[in-house]
Design a protein around this ligand. Structure first.
Ligand SMILES: C[S@@+](CC[C@H](N)C(=O)[O-])C[C@H]1O[C@@H](n2cnc3c(N)ncnc32)[C@H](O)[C@@H]1O
Length: 340
């Protein structure tokens, strides 16, 4: 594929993304009697975008990254050897339990963590030095973009955290890393960092062979004008078992909302699993064990001193281990290619 064809493919992807954004706006604004049509249009637009993104992955498009990689190969501990070259220093923002960071550690990265409110920190007003980190990763709180936010607002509440994507963007701009990776729910806006080009895709945990249905938007940014695509390895056959997304520690209204799923793909048993992790049921230790299993954590994973509700919230908010591993591997391959 030559440069012209690559640019045409990128334009096609951009147009499909734009179509999804417009369809989302129309769906949000649709009066009741047009809601179904708007939903069908939105699903079609997402399907088209999905097909294009799948084509990128299947073709393993050699996406160019013409930006200055700012590579610091060998600048690690002074030995300058091959091992040093492979150990990238990564800053993890909004870490929570940092299952995402753990997956990066397993994949050979060295991860340090920024502040999180659950440990008494706050990213607002926090600063980092420039040029020290190879990568910045993080999943800003998603509550205000999630479709469940409307249910919370309908019940007179407000999502717990506001939009903190601008804080993610601010820290990336300060850190000036060779790459960044952001995780969010599909409806969240993409991060925009001056002088970086960002590529994004939707990934369902089920595409990795897992039972849990959990779709997330991943955005990968590199310095310079050209985006770089991540080649995320997915399975050929989905898991025959289906489980709804693990969430923890929300109110009873969400448990009620989830009942609408009865009779849709999945079984009553699966529904019970899911509801066990919602609302009042998060007080049971069994719910925590189920969440750990769904998120790919080992049985012995413990959070001594935490309430069960707190444990369920933190594990439910985290990136499933399988997804974290797939992304970490893709980032590693993409950034090592740049170094070669
Ligand atoms: C989606 S979770 C991140 C999960 C994490 N990526 C993982 O894989 O485990 C978002 C985190 O942002 C944290 N958070 C919310 N407001 C924050 C703030 N102002 N400063 C720092 N962290 C904040 C929440 O406590 C929560 O742990």
């Amino acid at each position: 594929m030559n440069a012209e064809e690559r640019n045409a493919a990128m334009d096609e992807w951009e147009a499909a993304r734009q179509a999804v954004a417009e369809a989302e706006d129309k769906y949000d604004a649709a009066p009741d009697d047009e809601e179904v049509d708007a939903f069908v249009n939105l699903s079609d637009a997402k399907e088209r975008l999905w097909q294009i993104e799948q084509r990128f992955s299947e073709c393993r498009l050699p996406w160019p990254c013409t930006g200055d990689s700012g590579t610091r190969t060998g600048d690690n501990g002074g030995n300058g050897g091959e091992d040093a070259m492979k150990t990238q220093l990564v800053l993890s923002l909004f870490p929570g339990l940092d299952l995402l960071g753990r997956a990066f550690e397993e994949t050979g990265f060295c991860v340090v963590r920024g502040p999180d409110v659950i440990f008494g920190g706050d990213i607002r007003g926090w600063h980092v030095p420039g040029g020290r980190f190879d990568g910045v990763i993080g999943g800003p709180p998603c509550q205000c973009f999630s479709s469940l936010a409307n249910i919370v607002r309908h019940n007179g509440g407000e999502p717990k955290f506001g939009n903190l994507i601008p804080e993610f963007e601010r820290i990336v701009a300060e850190a000036a890393p060779r790459w960044f990776l952001m995780e969010e729910v599909p409806r969240a806006p993409l991060p925009a960092v001056p002088a970086y080009a960002a590529w994004s895709c939707l990934l369902n945990n089920r595409q990795l062979g897992e039972a849990q249905n959990r779709v997330r938007r991943w955005t990968f940014g590199v310095p310079g004008p050209r985006r770089k695509v991540l080649m995320i390895e997915t399975v050929a056959l989905e898991n025959p078992n289906f489980e709804y997304a693990a969430v923890g520690g929300h109110g009873g209204s969400l448990a009620r909302a989830d009942k609408r799923r009865i009779g849709r793909p999945g079984s009553v048993r699966e529904f019970r699993h899911n509801s066990s992790c919602l609302g009042h049921n998060t007080k049971s230790g069994w719910a925590f064990r189920e969440l750990k299993r769904q998120q790919g954590l080992p049985e012995e994973f413990a959070l001594p001193g935490w309430t069960v509700v707190g444990k369920c919230q933190a594990v439910g908010n985290a990136v499933p281990m399988a997804m974290g591993r797939a992304l970490a591997k893709a980032v590693r391959e993409a950034t090592e290619e740049t170094e070669a």
